[in-house]
Design a protein around this ligand. Structure first.
Ligand SMILES: *Cc1c(COP(=O)(O)O)cnc(C)c1O
Length: 413
């Protein structure tokens, strides 16, 4: 009975259920908007996660790059606990002593003049869209309600109604209309299409430097650099959604650095809080973020002291443990090793840093299930792509251990 179980869960001595029992409860009472692997995780440390049966797995997904710092990083945990004892939430009706330090530290790290803190990545994207529109009307002089935002096919920026309004994934939109106008979609990586899509009413171009959810899709070299130049020429804001690609994943702090550019707006999330808490932010110039006045936009939890303390520690770990550099170095090891796998089923291997996709000629789910039996947790994206994105703290020997198993599994299909 559910009541009995809830009762037991509040005791110090927990009654443990089996994998099958947890799955039955989840499937009976939970919304099935996900199709997880049938592993029930009860604890995790660093790159390793442990299930309720005591089995150990290497995490090759890192919560979609939210735990780049590794699970339960001791320094982030300490910051979270310490701040939890002091104050967790003030709302923005009052000031707190963590938010100003978070602002200063993320400014020093990234060079952006100002920051707008939010919670989930989706909220930061929503905020960036609102800001781009506001900027179009107040600064660029676009006639009211005429602002356009250009996005790319196969994008993933979240699941709110405004964001799915410009998704090209039929499933994300099915049954959720009517949709929001004001968006134009171009093929990812197509400079000519970007140029052609711009009108005097274009406010912004929103782009993932590498498309994560689409399957770690890389644009042609130089795309971002040319896009930045085109945006500048046309007085259009370049907005980089680095919620997944940022904070070390591609071997630089931000993926846009590979092309020597700087976007007008940067959206961060996921690893900004090392997996402890949802923290996201929009970073930009005073010209853009200065357009928001009291009451224009807000969030009860955005910029709360617990979130800020956790984000500060998370950023410190990324810098002090050289996670971007590690990603670059170990990424080379990973790709060299991946290219040695001999399987007629591999169509393409792509990615950057410790971020790879293996595109197969058939379903990836059975491969992920076989990897799970070998002690590796990876997840298919779309039907036929396996994404590899281990925590950036991974040791070379653990990486090679996992890649050996991956080779065995892939050469066996
Ligand atoms: C995950 C992700 C989001 C959405 O972030 P949530 O925290 O899930 O709301 C937006 N954009 C990109 C590129 C992402 O990878």
């Amino acid at each position: 009975m559910a009541a009995t179980i809830l009762h037991h869960d509040t005791e110090t001595e927990q009654q443990k259920l089996s994998t099958a029992e947890y799955i039955r409860l989840e499937d009976q009472y939970g919304t099935k908007n996900y199709k997880p692997l049938d592993v029930v995780v009860e604890r995790a440390q660093g790159v390793w996660v442990y299930d309720v049966e005591g089995r150990r797995y290497l995490d090759f997904l890192a919560a979609y790059s939210a735990v780049n710092q590794g699970h339960c990083h001791p320094r982030i945990l300490a910051a979270m606990l310490e701040q939890s004892h002091r104050v967790t939430l003030t709302s923005r009706a009052f000031r707190n002593d963590q938010l100003p330090l978070f602002y200063k530290e993320i400014h020093d790290l990234t060079g952006f003049e100002m920051t707008l803190p939010m919670n989930s990545g989706t909220e930061a994207v929503e905020s960036a869209l609102k800001l781009a529109r506001k900027w179009a009307y107040k600064v660029k002089g676009v006639p009211e309600n005429q602002a356009e935002i250009i996005v790319c096919a196969n994008n993933f920026h979240g699941r709110t109604i405004s964001i799915i309004s410009f998704s090209t994934d039929a499933q994300y939109r099915d049954g959720f209309g009517p949709f929001l106008p004001g968006f134009k979609i171009i093929p990812f990586g197509d400079v000519a299409a970007l140029r052609a899509a711009i009108t005097p009413n274009t406010a912004a171009f929103l782009v993932e430097p590498i498309q994560g959810e689409a399957g770690v899709l890389m644009p042609p070299d130089g795309f971002l650099k040319e896009a930045a130049a085109i945006c500048k020429e046309n007085h259009v804001l370049l907005i980089a959604d680095e919620i997944q690609s940022g904070l070390g994943r591609t071997g630089k702090l931000f993926a846009y650095e590979h092309e020597g550019i700087k976007p007008d707006m940067l959206i961060v999330g996921k690893a900004l809080a090392g997996g402890f808490y949802p923290v996201s932010a929009v970073l930009s110039s005073r010209e853009v973020l200065g357009l928001l006045h009291p009451g224009d936009h807000g969030s009860t939890f955005g910029g709360n002291p617990l979130a800020c303390a956790v984000a500060r520690a998370s950023l410190r770990v990324i810098v002090e443990e050289r996670l971007a550099e590690r990603s670059a170095e170990l990424g080379l090891v990973m790709f060299e090793r991946l290219r040695k796998i001999k399987s007629p089923h591999i169509r393409e291997i792509r990615g950057r840093g410790l971020w790879a996709a293996i595109e197969l000629d058939g379903p990836a789910r059975p491969v992920c299930e076989a990897l799970m039996r070998e002690g590796i947790l990876a997840k298919e994206t779309h039907d036929n792509v396996i994404r590899l994105a281990p925590p950036l703290i991974i040791e070379k020997e653990d990486l090679l251990w996992a890649l050996d198993r991956l080779q065995t599994v892939l050469e066996g299909i």
